[in-house]
Design a protein around this ligand. Structure first.
Ligand code: C2E
Ligand code: MG
Ligand code: MG
Length: 639
């Protein structure tokens, strides 16, 4: 017999409780009253049999057990809840994929709900959505909690019952709030980790892989291509004259240009290839699994063509070319380091070849890169071993061919390579910083020479000294010059400094200040190689510039090229209107000289009158107080 805990069981006469073979039904049921509140009843239904032994009545006994139930449920559910949270946190601590983590959490969350068999759940995170089976968007009575990471809503956690049970209890909201909170913290953390990895492996400006990731990608591709016996190409791309754009238009525009370049590079290659930023204006493209090096050449040409199309950035129309060096696996290297190094060597060659072209790596190139490297090592000792010398080239007046000034030009008497021209080592000296002591040596030597000539009664003209960019930026420049002048007892008016246009563009206020101070000392400033940089003549107005030297490249074809003639004429006319003196560089023939003379150029310099010569020879051109002859003397005329 059932042990009834109730006092209300009243047996009616004529009926008896059905015997053991009839089942009594007993269940605890959750109901909702008219005012919408939930209540629980303990319901027992007992079948009653009549005198003929048949069931024809039921006795129902219902007891309100809401209070007890609430207590039990709370306890029970709290246990379920804490198990669920424990499991969720466990998932969040494991290094599972986002998909696996989210799916597992949804499953465990639904199990912790009051009616697990009817519960479904959905989790939206960033742009992904995860659901349990049979989840639909339109279930009534859902409860949800937002996922908030770094103060921003980035997702939603939602649970629902597949039937309209509508008796979701408050603790379920608590549970999903807590899980959503845990998910928020986890998402914040994984996003931060992702960002850290992204930063360590990608370039912040363009979003392209950086050099570390690139190294990995090349190594991976090497493994694959070795196995499949395919080739692979590394393209080293350096933008031509990017620095000028960056310096003249500002870094913001420079940055936008780099981004635009990155986008164009990506369009030029296949999905499986890699485009990386090596740093500055250098990009690397890795072409995986190519059949022959011709494939790399095709892509290189495609890239060059694509780069050349104009860029429109903040109302500026910009043009930029590139120089590309190509190294192909396995011929030019079998590891990432060698392939990168050799593509770099080939890129230098492309630059030397006049830019905007591509070059394949060859063994000869490797040799010249090697030589450059050893030359760099030797250069360190050039000063202390007294291997540097100055040659001097006269600058003559027009039209009367009097000596106007001389230019000091550096040479290196290398023990093995004999006399090395500055074009071969000034860049090296710039890169290594050796240009600072070397430049100081040039200044000292020139001043000591002026003093020596003066002591020998020569009429000494102004001597022009070339400054490199790094020297010009050096904070000690002016102090060093003043010190050397006073140590040697040479007046500043004997010195002219030659700088190039590109040096003017960087940090204009400082440039103006430096130039003003030099001018105030009595030193003249000349702009060397004018016309090869990007500045306009009117731009020069703001600087105290005395002389403009027209670059040799405009003079070379002046006799045959009408365009060059017009350009030179314009430069001279404008320079004169700005009260600048003009020197034409590289005069090799009489025709060139005559043309420039007709254009009212002030001075000329070039092989026509004299190549740069050693001290002993220039002395012939200098005058003593009582000149032995007034005729000009041609030291070396052009052949
Ligand atoms: P630059 O200052 O423009 O010097 C003129 C260059 O043109 C010299 O080359 C000179 O030999 C060459 N040249 C002169 N007349 C003619 C000609 O008629 N025809 C041809 N084809 N060439 C001519 P160099 O001496 O080889 O110097 C090259 C560059 O190296 C110089 O160009 C200058 O920028 C740099 N440089 C020379 N000495 C120094 C120095 O002491 N310090 C620094 N920082 N740079 C220097
Ligand atoms: Mg010069
Ligand atoms: Mg020059």
């Amino acid at each position: 017999m059932i042990n009834y805990p109730y006092q209300s069981l009243i047996l009616l006469s004529g009926w008896t409780v059905a015997g053991d073979h009839f089942k009594t039904w007993h269940q605890e049921i959750c109901n909702r009253n008219k005012s919408g509140e939930l209540y629980w009843v303990d319901s027992t239904i007992v079948p009653l049999v009549n005198t003929s032994g048949k069931i024809d009545r039921y006795l129902s006994v219902r007891v309100d057990i809401t209070a007890r139930k609430q207590k039990d449920l709370d306890l029970n559910e709290r246990l379920k809840e804490s198990n669920c949270l424990h499991t969720v946190r466990n998932y969040l601590e494991q290094d599972l994929s986002v998909e696996k983590t989210c799916q597992s959490i949804l499953n465990c969350l639904t199990l912790a709900l009051q009616f697990p068999e009817m519960a479904v759940a959905m989790l939206k995170l960033a742009d992904k959505q995860f659901t349990t089976a049979s989840y639909q968007d339109n279930f009534p009575n859902t409860i949800s909690a937002k996922i908030i990471a770094n103060g921003e809503v980035c997702g939603l956690l939602q649970v629902a019952y597949i039937q309209d049970l509508s008796f979701v209890l408050p603790y379920e909201q608590n549970l999903i709030d807590t899980v959503a909170h845990d998910l928020s913290r986890w998402y914040e953390r994984t996003e931060a980790e992702k960002r850290i990895i992204e930063m360590a492996t990608h370039d912040a400006l363009t979003g392209l892989p950086n050099r570390h990731l690139l190294q990995d990608r090349i190594e991976q591709a090497l493994v694959h291509d070795t196995r499949s016996q395919r080739q692979m190409a590394v393209l080293f791309i350096d933008l031509d004259h990017f620095k000028t754009i960056n310096d003249s238009l500002g870094h913001d525009i420079g940055d936008l240009l780099l981004k635009a370049v990155a986008e164009r590079l990506l369009i030029c290659v296949r999905n499986e290839d890699t485009v990386a930023r090596q740093g500055g204006d250098e990009f690397i493209v890795v072409l995986n699994s190519i059949t022959e090096s011709l494939d790399a050449a095709k892509v290189a040409q495609k890239i060059l063509d694509s780069l050349l199309r104009p860029y429109y950035i903040h109302k500026n129309e910009l043009h930029i070319g590139g120089s590309i060096g190509i190294a192909v696996f396995p011929n030019d290297g079998t590891n990432a380091e060698t392939l990168l190094k050799n593509s770099d060597v080939a890129m230098y060659h492309a630059k030397e070849n006049g830019r905007n072209n591509y070059q394949f790596f060859t063994d000869e190139l490797n040799k010249s890169a090697h030589e450059r490297h050893t030359l760099g090592l030797d250069l360190r000792y050039a000063l202390e071993r007294n291997e540097l010398v100055l040659y001097y080239q006269p600058v003559m007046d027009m039209p009367n061919h009097q000596l106007h000034s001389i230019e000091a030009l550096l040479r290196w008497r290398h023990p093995e390579h004999k006399l090395i021209a500055p074009d071969k080592f000034i860049n090296l000296a710039e890169e290594t910083g050796l240009i600072i002591p070397i430049g100081e040596w040039v200044l000292k030597t020139v001043c000591a020479q002026i003093k020596a000539w003066q002591e020998q009664d020569y009429i000494v003209p102004k001597v022009a000294i070339n400054l490199s960019a790094r020297q010009f930026r050096d904070k000690e420049l002016i102090n060093n010059i003043s010190r050397i002048l006073s140590e040697t007892g040479v007046e500043a008016k004997y010195i002219a400094l030659e700088i190039t246009e590109s040096m003017l563009i960087d940090n204009i206020e400082r440039v103006v200040e430096t130039l003003n101070r030099l001018s105030a000392m009595g030193i003249q400033i000349s702009i060397d190689d004018f016309g090869t940089g990007y500045s306009s003549l009117s731009y020069l107005k703001r600087f105290p510039i005395h002389t403009l030297k027209i670059d040799r490249s405009f003079v070379r074809d002046i006799v045959t090229d009408k365009n060059d003639r017009t350009i030179v004429a314009t430069i001279i006319a404008m320079a004169h209107s700005l009260e600048m003196d003009v020197i034409a560089e590289g005069i090799e023939t009489e025709e060139q000289l005559n043309l420039l003379m007709a254009q009212k150029c002030n001075h000329y310099q070039g092989y026509y009158f004299s190549k740069p010569v050693p001290v002993s020879e220039i002395e012939h051109t200098l005058l003593k107080p009582i000149p032995p002859t007034s005729k000009i003397r041609v030291i070396h005329s052009a052949k």
